[in-house]
Design a protein around this ligand. Sequence first.
Ligand SMILES: Cc1cc2nc3c(=O)[nH]c(=O)nc-3n(C[C@H](O)[C@H](O)[C@H](O)COP(=O)(O)OP(=O)(O)OC[C@H]3O[C@@H](n4cnc5c(N)ncnc54)[C@H](O)[C@@H]3O)c2cc1C
Length: 422
Amino acid sequence: MDSNNEDYVWSVVVIGGGPAGMMAAATAARQGVEVLLLEKNLNLGKKLLITGGGRCNVTNNKPVVRDMIASYKEDGKFLFSTFMQHGVKETIDWFAERGVDFKEENEGRLFPGTEKAETINDALVSELIKTKVTVETGQSVEGIEFDGSKKQFQIRLASGRKIVAKACIVATGGKARPETGSTGEGFLWLESLGHTVLSSSSALVPLAIKNHWVKTLSGVTLPSVKLTVFVDGVKVLVKKGKLLFTHFGITGPTVLNMSKQVGDFLLEGETVIRLDLFPEKDAGELKKYLNQLFSSESNKKLKNVLMHDLPLSLVEVILSELNIDGETPCHSVLKHDKISLLNYLKAVPLEVKGLLGADKAIVSNGGVDLTEIDFKTMESKKVDGLFLVGDVLNINRPSGGYSLQLCWSTGSVAGLHASNKI
Ligand SMILES: Cc1cc2nc3c(=O)[nH]c(=O)nc-3n(C[C@H](O)[C@H](O)[C@H](O)COP(=O)(O)OP(=O)(O)OC[C@H]3O[C@@H](n4cnc5c(N)ncnc54)[C@H](O)[C@@H]3O)c2cc1C
């Protein structure tokens, strides 16, 4: 029977052509079953291509399964059998067998040697071709129904077409960056199939900051600063307002209001907030202002002069970070120290560790309740033959390649076990 015929029964249909869906489809097809991959965008891996600032932080170099799952804190207990089947080592080997080498950066982050996310996307797309997965792009799925008596899924497309499958893998992603295709409609079908979808763990919460000096500023308020957020060095958000330092990080209305977005950024990569302590003056104006101040107060100590505008504890942190002696009289401050001071006052770096909330360091975008999944196979405990992978799952994780590792692990395990169902 022709596979375009509405009565044709596919062995495995994968919905969503992101990293988790591509890995699942290729793995299932390698077992020799017929696989159809449906993606609503015209191209595969739209979000994957922007990961890690376009460089793609593929995973984190923790080949020992116990070490890796410990990074997912509370949720790690679900992941053991999944990672035992396909963990970091298997991921590195999988890509190496397809010609991808890796370079390691801070805190174990692994990037492709080419430093291009295309390398990872190309490896997956080539594998889909090699394993003869039927890929249909520009196909938006509208709903899934399960016929329990026939043990078959009926997948409805926006075009009106219906597709029948023995096993269905849902890889439609979460809700972050909807312009990439992850718009969250998969959650509606999963709810209608009996699953519980939990909302994002990030809310209005303070931010935990890695810089050890933050605790020395606990209680300090800055009434008007500009906060510019960078993810993997790329500027993503600018806000202005009041900021309050706490023992673990920063808070205040501006920080609380941006915390949900920062939660999403943390899943994308290294998140740094740069504080402009003089937002009303551009760099030229600040330089002029400081020069005037230093000449009118030339015999006074640098630290006392800076206290005209900033609290003492912050002045001490700044001078210590820049290795400048605050006892120096203003007339003796070296030119290069003045330049670094000027640059620092416009961009004090705060490395974001996580959200201060239920869990202090890690976040999720929400998703299907983990107790409803069998992690040995990634099969739903609610519907026989339904598999869930990648960002549709409510797994808390830190930034550093841990999100994509979930895609490789859950995708390959689901692909293997979905093909075994047939
Ligand atoms: C800017 C950014 C940078 C990131 N950087 C990193 C990083 O460096 N390292 C890391 O580990 N993680 C990173 N992440 C997180 C990572 O990208 C995600 O965890 C990962 O993409 C999730 O993969 P997925 O396959 O589950 O879902 P997605 O990549 O979201 O793919 C889901 C796919 O399903 C398709 N789809 C949705 N609905 C339908 C439908 N109705 N019909 C058909 N198709 C549908 C979508 O179009 C999409 O292509 C980053 C995220 C962002 C936004």
